[in-house]
Design a protein around this ligand. Structure first.
Ligand code: NAP
Length: 330
């Protein structure tokens, strides 16, 4: 089988597409033939050795895949060969086959196109967990989403709207803001050309926002917290902007506000039943047409470098996927 191999830490130009032996399936594991795999920001970090997990070299990057189960290991009874499923594998997805822990393999309906299936778990799972479980977002509240056209950001815009919030999208280009409006945002801030805090103040008639969803951090964190209304919640989702910000805690005191950490992967491990129920809800919303994830960028496996560059160069709008089989054959 072919796999994107990382032999040496660095940029995507250091990766090689190679013919390698199929990975062996151990007890409690499952082998999938991968039909599609989605990019996540962590892939751009892990190949550089800049992510919290540092797999031993050589390794195959790619944290989530969709495909069909080929083989189940000893002790796996709830999954069977032939089933369509997604695998939350951490690494290994950018290949024609992947082996994953059965606990992190979730069956999906046959009707779900594979590129879409590969793209929803992390993006929508994280945003669902953040908005519903961590922020208890209420109907009629105002939600500010930073990085609003990124993978998790665009999902937060769509889910925020579905949950009945008034969504303000903030992003770094007008093209990205147009995508966020399409996904349900009613107002926008281009934080490269506009002052975030004063624009949010103007949009909310000085009241501020109830919830901030922040996957960017860096210099946007403090003006976002300053944009909170009384009793507001600031969701710490990620640090795509690079720097991990420090915040003056008096801001939380003055606003009766909270800063809440969002670690979706840990939630999936600590509360598998809750996470599975959340995922079923997301699949139901997709089946009912209430959520409409759109894949704007898709590359065949051999063009993997383009996917990495799209995220790394801040060009991606929504999710970027690699396809290992002809999508027309799904
Ligand atoms: N907490 C969790 O459980 C969890 C789960 C998944 C992801 N995350 C984190 O969420 C963040 C976003 O992940 P993602 O997969 O959605 O990534 P993505 O699709 O690449 O989106 C990242 C967004 O961040 C903005 N950004 C600002 N500065 C950037 C920079 N220097 N380089 C790249 N992007 C920059 C970009 O929007 P603009 O150009 O509009 O600013 C971009 O759309 C990452 O930090 C990731 O680790 C956290």
């Amino acid at each position: 089988m072919r796999a994107v191999m990382c032999h040496e830490l660095g940029g995507p130009d250091k990766l090689r597409l190679q013919e390698v032996a199929s990975p062996a399936v151990g007890p409690g594991q499952v082998r999938l033939s991968v039909h599609a795999a989605a990019f996540n920001f962590l892939d751009t970090l892990i190949i550089r050795g800049q992510y919290q997990d540092r797999p031993e070299l050589p390794f195959v990057p790619g944290a989530e895949a969709a495909g069909r189960i080929m083989e189940v290991g000893e002790g796996v009874s709830h999954l069977k060969p032939g089933q369509a499923a997604i695998a939350l594998c951490g690494t290994g997805a950018f290949a024609e086959e992947v082996v994953a822990d059965a606990q992190r393999v979730i069956p999906i309906p046959d009707s779900l196109p594979m590129p879409l299936a590969a793209s929803i778990a992390t993006a929508y799972g994280t945003s669902f967990y953040a908005l519903r479980e961590q922020a208890s977002l209420q109907v009629g509240e105002t939600l500010l989403v930073l990085g609003a056209a990124g993978g998790v950001g665009l999902a937060a815009v769509e889910l925020g709207k579905l949950m009945g919030a008034r969504v303000i999208a903030a992003a770094g280009s007008d093209e990205k803001l147009a995508a966020a409006r399409k996904a349900g945002a009613v107002a926008t801030v281009n934080y490269r050309s506009e002052d975030l805090r004063s624009k949010v103040k103007q949009i909310t008639d000085g009241k501020g926002v109830d919830v901030v969803y922040d996957p960017v951090g860096a210099e946007l964190a403090e003006p976002s917290v300053r944009s909170l209304a009384w009793g507001g919640r600031y969701l710490v989702v990620g640090f795509a902007g690079g720097a991990i910000p420090a915040l003056p805690l008096n801001l939380l005191l003055l606003k009766g506000a909270s800063a809440i950490g969002v670690f979706w992967g840990a939630w999936v491990q600590r509360d598998p039943a809750g996470a599975a129920a959340g995922f079923r809800q997301l699949l139901a919303w997709i089946a009912e047409g209430k959520l409409r994830p759109v894949i704007r960028e898709s590359y065949p496996l051999e063009q993997f470098e383009k996917g990495f560059l799209s995220l790394q160069n801040r060009k991606a709008v929504g999710k970027v996927v690699l396809t290992m089989t002809d999508p027309g054959q799904e």
